[in-house]
Every structure is written in C-alpha cells, then in structure tokens.
Design a binder for this molecule. Structure first.
Ligand SMILES: [Zn+2]
Length: 252
C-alpha cells in the first residue's frame, strides 16, 4: 500500500440496495448522516433474487436518483445476487458458496459470456432508473477470474474484494480490509462484534477505512450501535467518500 499523506478516508458501503430493502436502506442512510457520514456507496442489485427489476419500480428509481443527486454513488452489485446451483459442485465449492455466503455468490464461478450478459442487463437497469455506475462489486465479494475478465472488458473503473480495492484504470490494488458483520445467528453476531472491534484497532489507523453494511445489520441493536460507533470514530479523523471519489483522489 502506498503511503497517503494527510487525512484518512472513510468509505461506507451499503450492500443489497433494491426495492426489497429500500425502506431499511433509507433508515441506514439517515442514521449514518446523523453520525456524520453523508456519502455512501450504494451497492444496487438490479433484480434482487429475481423478485422485481429496479426499472419496473418507479418509486425506487426516483429514490435512487435522489440519493445519487445527494452525493451518494450507485455501484452495480450482481444482477440477481443469487448463485445458480450447479450439479457438479463438490464439497469445497459448496462450502464457499453456500455455507460462507448462504448461496449468494452470483459471480463466484460464472463464465465470461454469462457474466457479460448479466453486467449488460444490470447496467441497462441502472440506466433505466436514470443513474450510472463505474464500479462493480460482486455479491459476497466473490468475483471469479472469468467474471472479472468480463467486468474489465465492460470498462468498469474498479471492483472491491473483502481485503482490497482494485483500480482497473491504473492497475493498482489497494489493501484495506473491510469491516463487515455477520448477523445470521447469535454466535455470528457475538463473533462479529469482537472481530470488528479488533480489526478496527488495526484498520482504523490506515489511510482507508472501509465499512460494509448489510440491511439486516440494522435489525440488531448491538450491531447497529457498533457500526455507527466505529464509523463515527473513523470519521473523526477523516472524511466520508464514495469508492469512486476515493479512487479519483488516489489517482491525482
Ligand atoms: Zn450483497
């Protein structure tokens, strides 16, 4: 990682933004704004679990346009978010794609052609809502090599993984591990609280602090409070940026 003079940057991302999660996302953004974070990368799922395309929901499209106009960034986040199960999946693959991600790793092992089809369809959905996107972030951060090839060919500026931000324009790979919480079970929540506090003790001193929020996080008071506390602490020493803004600042 290159040394950055000056202030630290904080990028907060809200994953899984769609008509299925719109109301909760609005609450998250309100709480973040109150904590001093007015700029967020919104990871939009164009047809979340196949339950409705964003272009067909006029209220959602209007909401998304308004958020981008306020300074938030729309990022393409898969197409349906779900991974199609494959008959040939061995135990190792199933462990990664189903246990680790609850079957949400849509771009984990897609072929290049199918990835490209979904990326084009996804960008079409965003355009139909009146917004653009220069970043692609795979569901569960699982982006296979073929799918990454399609993302590069499509001309996206960047992607992120759990431990890196990859700038396709410059070839730079910036190391910064994202804080992220797992709330599917009580033991996961307990572990998440301990893990993220420890991670923040290290990552909080770096030039880029990444905070990844999923809408279900907000249903758990202890998680919500810690997200806001750590984001607020990071923001005390730096400014909130979107990924797009942060990469632009790194290139200049
Ligand atoms: Zn997601």
């Amino acid at each position: 990682m290159q040394k950055t003079p000056g202030k630290r940057a904080v990028v907060v991302s809200v994953h899984d933004v769609s008509p299925l999660t719109g109301v909760r996302t609005e609450g998250i953004l309100r709480d973040l704004r109150a904590a001093g974070c007015g700029r967020v990368s919104l990871l939009v799922v164009p047809d979340h679990h196949g339950k409705g395309r964003i272009s067909q929901d006029a209220a959602f499209a209007e909401w998304l346009r308004a958020k981008v106009a306020e300074g938030h960034e729309a990022v393409l986040h898969g197409y349906r978010h779900l991974r199609d199960r494959s008959e040939g999946d061995g135990w190792g693959r199933r462990l990664v794609t189903e246990h680790y991600t609850a079957g949400e790793g849509e771009f984990y092992d897609l072929g290049r052609e199918e990835a490209r089809r979904r990326l084009e369809a996804g960008m079409g959905e965003l355009r139909a809502c009146g917004v653009g996107a220069v970043g692609f972030i795979a569901p569960a951060w699982l982006l296979g090599a073929e799918a990454e090839g399609a993302v590069r060919e499509m001309g996206f500026d960047y992607t992120t993984r759990i431990g890196t931000v990859v700038d396709f324009k410059t070839g730079s790979v910036h190391r910064a591990r994202s804080l992220v919480w797992s709330v599917r079970a009580g033991w996961r929540r307990a572990c998440s609280l301990v893990w993220n506090r420890a991670l923040f003790a290290v990552a909080g001193a770096g030039p880029l602090v990444r905070v990844g929020i999923h809408p279900p996080d907000w249903d758990h008071g202890a998680i919500r409070r810690q997200v806001l506390e750590l984001a607020g602490a990071a923001l005390a020493g730096g400014g909130a940026m979107t990924y797009q803004q942060w990469l632009l600042s790194r290139r200049s």
